[in-house]
Design a protein around this ligand. Structure first.
Ligand code: PEP
Ligand code: MG
Length: 556
């Protein structure tokens, strides 16, 4: 029996067959069809391939739901457009290009035209490339690009996933995710948790896993077991009951800890509300800004924000303004070619060169808030200094948004929290970036996964300092909305450090609330002291687990 190990990022166990992510479709060679080839038949093969691709995409769109269904329908409609196939067929007949090469060249012309038009049109170039790759794969017998659809549930094994692929990830068929790259707070990991898919990243040797192999993935322990015993597979099936959250969140002695959800659009907000979240602690607004070449209109933004607010009428929703830059480039806001994008002009810093983008976003948030019953709070990402916080609060105030706050995800903001929080109404600790900057460890890098954990006492000290600063600044509430908030062993530690709300992927709400319900505030404080006094992350986790046997009793 072989067991591969990696970094556990999304809990749960699942057993199934491996399906690997297909390699990108290569550019077909510049070749002519041999003399004597039936050119009409060769040209007709393009039509047949395009039709097969269209039918397959429409069928998949019908089976899928939400964003995945939308993405597939758009791609299917594009594959059904006869213009591309007609130009490719002409190239076969007149220039004797091979069908695959003809499709490639015909697509290049369309891509060039769309990119020259700019704006919304240029975004469609990506769809044309996708259709091109699918038709070429069909013609040459290669596997089509994107998330595979073998017709049965499977364990997806990949180097890492591109953002465009994650949009079509369907938890009904992808029962577990194993990647060779990626860190614990990479966007692939965050998405797996949001979808409730057990996942292990940074798995050494994942590249050796072959299609059809049977594996048991444990997303809580970070293991991938090859050819597991039948009993282990059965136990995994039985043990996978998700704990439900009945709310409200509180410690054993009745101290309230709001348990909130991280969302990115209306669909995820509705799912979070259905899972019992008491509100939204982090609405990442980036989704509608990414993957396009111009800014969404104010009207489009109002509609997107209202969609989320409507799911939480009467409850709190913390909307974060655009966090562009680094792993989330937005071409009309962020600069290309910065030597260190994570240390560059990102988050709130982009508002210096593009104040208008922030103004329009705040205008849209204010309009959506006016038309909704939700209690709207607004916060800025990547704030480092009290002056940045003051300027942001002033802009919110100008739009009538009274509850303005900041993310504390830069060590400087944590250390100077007393001054930063005198300028705003609340803080939310982004432990993903706070860990990245405290440990100087790129959060997307699997090789640094050991460093990239919020169990690092150095990170916990920053959280403690932020909470002390918030108290000194008049008792401002401090939440945590980084991935640490959803770790059931770390949650009581954060509460012990002074955190008053926790915001997480909805799937984690049940486990976190179960642990808090067993633990008094005094005990949380004792656990926090144990973690702070530890030598390193490993020792901190071990000390807390030893002092909190309820974790084992709850199976966590
Ligand atoms: C964080 O940095 O912890 C955070 C919540 O923001 P994001 O993951 O979107 O950078
Ligand atoms: Mg962040």
């Amino acid at each position: 029996m072989t067991t591969l190990t990696g970094v556990p990022v999304s809990p749960g166990r699942a057993a199934g067959v491996v399906v690997t992510m297909p390699a990108p479709v290569p550019e077909p060679p510049l070749a002519r069809v041999p003399e004597g080839t039936d050119l009409d038949a060769a040209a007709a093969s393009i039509d047949t391939a395009a039709r097969a691709v269209t039918d397959d995409l429409f069928a998949r769109a019908e089976r899928a739901t939400g964003t995945a269904a939308e993405v597939l329908t758009v791609t299917a409609a594009m594959a059904a457009d006869p213009t591309l196939a007609a130009d490719a067929a002409r190239r076969v007949r007149e220039d004797r290009e091979t069908p695959a090469r003809a499709v490639w060249d015909a697509a290049q012309v369309v891509v060039g035209q769309l990119e020259a038009l700019g704006g919304m049109m240029a975004e469609r170039a990506r769809d044309v490339r996708d259709v091109r790759d699918r038709i070429v794969a069909q013609l040459t017998g290669l596997r089509p690009p994107g998330i595979p659809e073998p017709g049965h549930p499977f364990v997806l094994v990949a180097g890492d996933l591109a953002p465009a692929d994650t949009a079509t990830l369907d938890p009904a068929t992808t029962i577990a995710l194993v990647t060779e790259g990626g860190g614990p707070t990479s966007h692939t990991a965050i998405l797996a948790r949001a979808l409730g898919i057990p996942a292990v990243v940074a798995v050494a040797g994942a590249g050796e896993l072959r299609d059809g192999a049977m594996v048991l993935v444990d997303g809580g322990r970070g293991t991938v077991e090859l050819d597991p015993a039948e009993e282990a597979v059965e136990a995994a099936r039985r043990g996978n009951v998700q704990r439900t959250f009945m709310g409200p969140g509180q410690t054993a002695d009745g101290v309230r800890v709001e348990l909130l959800a991280n969302v990115s659009d209306g669909a995820s907000a509705r799912a979070a509300a259905a899972a019992g979240a008491e509100g939204v602690g982090l609405f990442r607004t980036e989704l509608m800004f990414l993957g396009r070449t111009d800014e969404p209109s104010v009207d489009d933004q109002v509609a997107a924000y209202a969609d989320v607010l409507d799911a939480f009428a009467g409850r709190k929703v913390v909307i974060r303004t655009l966090d562009a830059g680094a792993d989330k480039p937005v071409p009309y806001v962020t600069a290309d070619g910065e030597p260190n994008p994570a240390l560059g002009v990102r988050g709130l810093r982009t508002a210096v060169a593009h104040p208008d983008v922030l103004e329009r976003q705040l205008e849209a948030v204010a309009a959506a808030a006016k038309g909704s019953q939700a209690e709207v709070w607004v916060m800025a990402p990547m704030v480092a200094t009290p002056d940045e916080a003051r300027r942001f609060a002033a802009r919110c105030d100008a739009h009538g948004l009274a509850q303005a706050g900041v993310m504390v995800e830069i060590p400087a903001a944590a250390l100077q929290a007393r001054w930063v929080l005198e300028e705003v109404a609340f803080a939310s600790v982004g432990t993903n970036d706070l860990t990245q900057y405290a440990m100087a460890a790129d959060r997307e890098l699997g090789a640094l996964a050991e460093l990239s954990t919020s169990w690092q006492p150095a990170v916990l000290r920053l959280v403690a300092t932020a909470c002390e600063g918030a108290r000194a600044a008049g008792g401002r509430p401090v939440g945590v909305c980084g991935e640490a908030a959803g770790d059931p062993a770390l949650a009581p530690v954060l509460v012990g450090l002074g955190v008053t709300s926790l915001s997480m992927a909805p799937a984690a709400l049940g486990d976190v609330s179960a642990v808090l319900a067993t633990t008094t505030l005094d005990r949380c404080r004792a656990l926090a002291a144990l973690a702070l006094d530890s030598r390193d992350a490993w020792a901190a986790r071990k000390a807390v687990r030893a002092a909190l046997p309820e974790l084992d009793e709850l199976g966590l």
